[in-house]
Design a binder for this molecule. Structure first.
Ligand code: SAM
Length: 285
């Protein structure tokens, strides 16, 4: 962000602008947010979803013991479930999958509450042996102070991080992405999709957040808030007819396709099923 006012030839909502016109989309709500969305050309791998829900969750979720709430003060140094950024099925899936996959390295792009969870899993279940690198240009106070279980914080936009950092990830390691969610000239999302993903070794797991496939972005994000995020569209095109990258688990997809299995996997005291926005991929070994 340069701080200078940004001019644009085309106003938001113009057909040449990436910012949508919510009023124009109102009339197309039923078409854009159908009850049963269909996604062409992507294999979501139902068997993999059932494996994660039926094998990994029952094995590890019993250890998930984080408080529901804590005050989000500058002194905060501990993960809690109902934080504003990384909650619901997403944080439980992250917990369970790290335990199951036992990565040696994790690189997180876009850090905050999720980093507190990764750090805690690293301390309590891996004796701090996972090398965890956080890439975050605007770190929260706890990240700047340093969190045991996080090896390094690179306080920079991911576009400024040498590619060698990502090339070090080996089969079984994790690249966790939760950054701007916007593809545009020079953006972190473009850099990650065009420079980082193609360089990752076979067997590396990649997480993307705020992915709602098979649905579109939530209606209120589009119509009320007009976020105009577009990472999910780039991801969707990337995954179409793609046999090199496979979906392992999607929180939104699992909730949409297997609500009963999600309910059982969560073993929630009030018997609830809920989804989230995490999508986990793997470059085929
Ligand atoms: C949705 S938040 C991340 C949430 C975090 N995973 C958590 O659980 O709190 C998005 C983050 O991306 C960061 N971000 C924005 N531009 C970035 C860039 N170019 N490179 C890396 N991170 C970026 C923001 O500073 C912000 O902290």
């Amino acid at each position: 962000m340069s701080g200078k006012p940004v001019q644009s030839l085309f106003p938001p909502g113009h057909f040449y602008s990436p910012v949508v016109d919510p009023a124009a989309l109102q009339a197309r709500r039923a078409e854009l947010w159908p009850t049963h969305p269909v996604v062409l050309g992507i294999d979501f791998d139902d068997a993999s979803h059932l494996r994660v829900l039926g094998e990994h969750f029952p094995r590890y979720l019993g250890d998930y013991d984080y408080p529901e709430t804590l005050p989000e003060t500058p002194e905060l140094a501990q993960f809690f479930t109902r934080n504003s950024q990384f909650s619901w099925l997403d944080c439980r899936a992250l917990f369970v999958l790290l335990r199951a996959w036992q990565p040696r390295r994790v690189i997180e792009v876009g850090s905050g509450f999720s980093s507190l969870l990764v750090a805690d899993v690293n301390r309590r279940w891996f004796d701090g042996t996972i090398d965890v690198v956080c890439i975050e240009p605007y770190p929260r106070p706890f990240l700047s102070r340093g969190v045991p279980g996080i090896t390094r914080l690179l306080q920079a936009p991911v576009q400024a991080v040498p590619l060698a950092e990502f090339e070090r990830l080996a089969a079984g390691d994790v690249l966790f992405i939760d950054s701007s969610h916007v593809a545009k000239t020079g953006s972190d999302v473009n850099f990650l999709f065009f420079e980082v993903l193609p360089r990752l070794a076979p067997g590396v797991y990649v997480h993307l957040h705020d992915v709602f496939l098979p649905a579109d972005y939530p209606q209120d994000w589009v119509l009320a808030e007009n976020r105009s995020w577009n990472e999910q569209y780039l991801l969707r095109a990337f995954l179409m007819f793609n046999s090199v990258w496979r979906i392992v688990f999607g929180c939104a997809y699992a909730h949409h396709r297997f609500p009963e299995q999600v309910r059982r996997a969560l073993a929630h005291p009030r018997g609830r099923a809920f989804g989230g926005g995490s999508l986990w991929l793997r470059r085929q070994p």
